[in-house]
Write a protein that binds this ligand. Sequence first.
Ligand code: AGP
Length: 596
Amino acid sequence: MCGIVGYAGRRGAQPILLDCLKRLEYRGYDSAGIAIVGKELQLFKAKGEIAVLESTMPEMEGSVGIAHTRWATQGKPTTENAHPLTDCSRKVAIVHNGIISNFMELKEGLLRSGHTFSSETDTEVFAHLVEAELKDGLVDAVSKAIAKIEGTYAFAVVGEGHDEIVATRRESPLVVGLGEGENFLASDVTALLKYTNRMVYIRDGEVVRVTADSVDIFDSKGEKVSREAEKITWNLEDAEKGGYPHFMLKEIYEQPEAIHDSLLGRIEGEESEPFFQDNRFSNVKIVACGTSYHAGLVGKYIIEELARIPTTVQISSEYRYSPVARENPLVVLITQSGETADTLGAAREAKKRGNKTMSIANVVGSAITREVDYTIYTRAGPEIGVAATKTFTTQLVAMYLLAMELGAQNKTLTAQARRSMVGTLRNLPRAVQDVLNQARVIEALANKYSDARDMFFIGRSINYPIALEGALKTKEISYVHGEGYPAGELKHGPLALISKESPVVAIAVRDHTYEKMLGNISEVSARGSPVIAIGFEGDTELSKFADDVIRIREIPPIFSPVPIIVVLQLWAYYIAKARGCPIDKPRNIAKTVTVE
Ligand code: AGP
């Protein structure tokens, strides 16, 4: 997720663009850049936060320009990879928010026709496509160039000698702000509210030309479209959260898009792009902390199911002091920040042991990605809330992708099985959206139990780690003492804590553990505990055993952790909200733990 802004007016564009860009810093902050059309096209960019750009850029004359703050997905966060990016002549500059999934094949074609590249980004191919089509103006060139693009985008383009900005979008947001004798462009209204509250939303496939005195929208056939402006009533702080009350809720709702983006370009063909050379691994060792550790526990079930490779999972701070293993594992380090000290330490320990290492990270160029042999990037975008949500579900996506690759290498995953998995992966965003559509039901139940002091979460097999993650979400943002257990373990002690004061959340999807889960629900219910079961739609058994039931659309059990954890994220969120907790910044904990 990146931030785009544009200005076309009569005032100096540079200070206005910087001012607007700063309000999009939450969308990405690893590098930034600006391009302004003066006598010639002026461009400047810098690695680091917007403040670095602001303090190092030269003064630039001109009243039309674009600017960008980056969240790297393809290409490390360097100055060369910062946007705006240009064509060969440096007379066309573009900024981009999204992922071009066919950029490699486009780049090869452009290189063959003589174009030269200055970055390792996917975005730069678009600058050269516009250059190649630039015969009858920018609108025409952009319209022809986007016809070649696969993936997601919001592009804004400026060109030397053109007093206009041309922009377009597909799945990434783009809005025009209407001023008096000036007009604006941005990824979201947050950037523009200081200057105007009259917004025109651009829709997928449309191309818009913005000048100081005009805004012209063209549909995919090149026909002009008229569109009324909308008046935005949000204040600035609400706007930064997209109108949500908390970043955590916004990020819970971003999960369909984050999962979609994390799959882009990775499941299209029969064989997805391999993440690493064909190394035969006798076993896999997953190492992580907190929520990422729970993703690893789910990953164990997925890898052993699909690739039949023995997989163990260890907390980073424990792995570092565990005895040196004899066999040669693939050590997979899961860390959304890529900066967790314990996990970085574990990566160094694994390398010291001579093991191949892979990271699953959400931040391109983060410390862990520079320590390991391979990286699978999740594409969740920046996660501001301390409680991990969209980074967790995209870590699960990475686990499916890794398991499928290992399964293909080990020939334990048939082509037919792979096709079926790809089909379900493609539907995961919709499965998550189905849960989000039930938010009111989940909120009502969370409110019903929000006074509890203790809460237990139980599950079996692949949903045992989801019980742990649901407990962690609840304890870290609502301060209710949530404990997750393998359901079969209650009778070995925890049952002593079960009473009518301690609600139990039981994950009971119709898989091979279902009957046992019904027994566990009876076990706790008989001791007075209210039970909230999570099960499949159409399951009429559950309501005979549980006090309340939250239902998800039926899905192959191996994928059920994804929609179920979204139920539990909302459950935790609404309990914390009912208890008046500071949800985005819970007490005593930080978003990234850079101390051991
Ligand atoms: C999760 O909600 C917590 N914020 C915490 O457990 C987190 O998952 C853990 O600190 C690991 O962070 P990482 O993924 O950045 O390594």
